[in-house]
Design a protein around this ligand. Structure first.
Ligand code: HEM
Length: 424
């Protein structure tokens, strides 16, 4: 990638390209700059779907950020053993990600450059708004296992970056699991999210290759409690009792890694988080033939309002003992798991059919936490053993990633702390 700054915004490029849009500087890019709190959580209103989410901050955007409508998630395998080449890729990716988050094309753009060379940007996002695009990178356990020595990072693997245990009922497909790296692209426009992953993959050609990817729609969790709670493909409100993106106290307690949580060698993770991704297939045909009473018993909430059993309103405090012992909410609640609390950020998916007359549909579950050993693992142990929902779902993909802290400014880059010289 070529470093040229400042790159023209998508809209101003269109104007230059003769699309006839007489846009003034104020209109160029269509981006609404949004405030960020001191700790880097962006506080933008969820309804502002055309605006830009600040890329730089103490934490990576895309975690506490009000959940966007669409997802393109990609896991990558690393294809080089050359440390310098890999570090350069991370720097190039960071630059490209910062531009795309502003709604600008990568490098010199999609046209107007050298006629003999492929353009720096693939072009399909020209004219589209930034759409609150966030790009969030993570490093998988296999990066340290396979390339730890070559990259000089073997002794920097955080103790918290554990492989997930096998849970009862898991039916994991290798081709939908794992990954040395991941990038989560969220945006309110699916084409903006897909464009971002595609361009990162293009920049990474020869150095990384996509291992698997997942498109998501219809966010199934909300980090904005004031907004209407979205529904999952089972028709239930999902994300009612989630951590709000503005609740800095709970984010600090359950999501962001602090100096105190890391060993000396994993100090680079301070300000980061850990991500668990699970592709959970729903047997929606069976679910759709299940009585309403059974459906509500499975979750421990009613379908219309989303209120917990025995309560009137969605936000009423659940009384767990009023629910069936195997109700999903009863088993997943922090009170049933020694306080284990995660931030959920999943999306629905439908990927065609399974060839047996059923939709390949479900929930692409994404959860952030400061330690998977105290977050996802204990909760999923309880759910996989007892959850009534298990009759209607199957976990078919799984991955875990260490998500480093935010990129502070234009001189910083994704993973800088991990790759910093030992004496720094
Ligand atoms: C297809 C699979 C799943 C579906 C359809 C589903 C659906 C739901 C629904 C409808 C709720 C109630 C509303 C809410 O508070 O969000 C809920 C709550 C919750 N779920 Fe799930 N869920 C699934 C998988 C999981 C998994 C794998 C985990 C973690 C291992 C999990 C953890 C939680 C937690 C922590 C709560 C909130 C409990 C509380 O504090 O009341 N869910 N889920």
């Amino acid at each position: 990638m070529t470093d040229n700054s400042p790159a023209p915004s998508r809209r101003s490029l269109l104007a230059v390209g003769g699309a006839g849009l007489a846009l003034g500087a104020a209109a160029a890019g269509g981006a609404v700059a949004l405030a960020r709190s001191d700790d880097g959580a962006d506080m933008q209103p969820a309804a502002e779907s055309g605006g830009a989410v600040p890329f730089h901050g103490a934490h990576q955007a895309g975690i506490a950020t009000a959940v966007q409508d669409r997802l393109h998630f990609a896991a990558f395998d690393v294809k080089t053993e050359d440390r310098e080449e890999f570090v350069q890729l991370l720097k190039d990716w960071t630059k490209a990600a910062a531009l795309m988050a502003e709604g600008r094309p990568v490098g010199e753009g999609a046209f107007g450059g050298l006629a003999e060379a492929p353009p720096d940007d693939t072009g399909e996002a020209l004219g589209l708004k930034p759409s609150r695009l966030t790009l969030t990178i993570g490093f998988g356990p296999s990066l340290f296992e396979k390339y730890g020595k070559a990259f000089g990072i073997a002794d920097r693997r955080p103790a918290a970056l554990v492989e997930l245990p096998r849970f009862p009922g898991d039916n994991l497909e290798r081709t939908r699991s794992g990954g040395d790296l991941c990038v989560q692209a969220c945006a309110d426009d699916p084409q903006v999210a897909v464009h971002a992953i595609r361009n990162l993959a293009r920049i990474g050609f020869g150095k990384v290759a996509i291992r698997w990817s997942q498109l998501g729609f219809g966010k199934t969790s909300s980090t904005t409690p004031d907004a209407q709670t979205p529904r999952n493909l089972m028709g239930f409100k999902d994300g009612t009792r989630n951590i709000a993106g503005t609740d800095t106290a709970r984010l600090d307690r359950h999501v962001w890694v602090t100096d105190k949580d890391t060993g000396k060698d994993a100090a680079w993770m301070a300000g980061g988080s850990y991500l668990v991704a699970r592709r959970i297939r729903m047997n929606i045909e069976t679910w759709d033939r299940t009585s309403l009473q059974e459906q509500e018993d499975v979750f421990g909430r009613d379908k219309g309002e989303g209120a917990p059993v025995g309560k009137a309103k969605e936000r009423d405090e659940p009384f767990l003992k009023a629910m069936k012992p195997d109700a999903h909410v009863r088993l997943a609640h922090p009170d049933s798991n020694d306080g284990a609390t995660i931030l959920r950020r999943g999306y629905s998916f439908t990927d065609g059919t399974d060839g047996l007359g059923r939709l390949d549909a479900g929930l692409f579950f994404l959860a952030y936490q400061k330690d998977v050993r105290k977050g996802f693992i204990p909760v999923q142990r309880a759910l996989s053993a007892h959850d009534a929902l298990n009759e209607y779902i199957q976990h078919v993909g799984s991955a875990v990633f260490a998500v480093p802290p935010g990129v502070r400014d234009a001189s910083d880059w994704w993973g800088r702390g991990l790759f910093a010289a030992k004496d720094v």
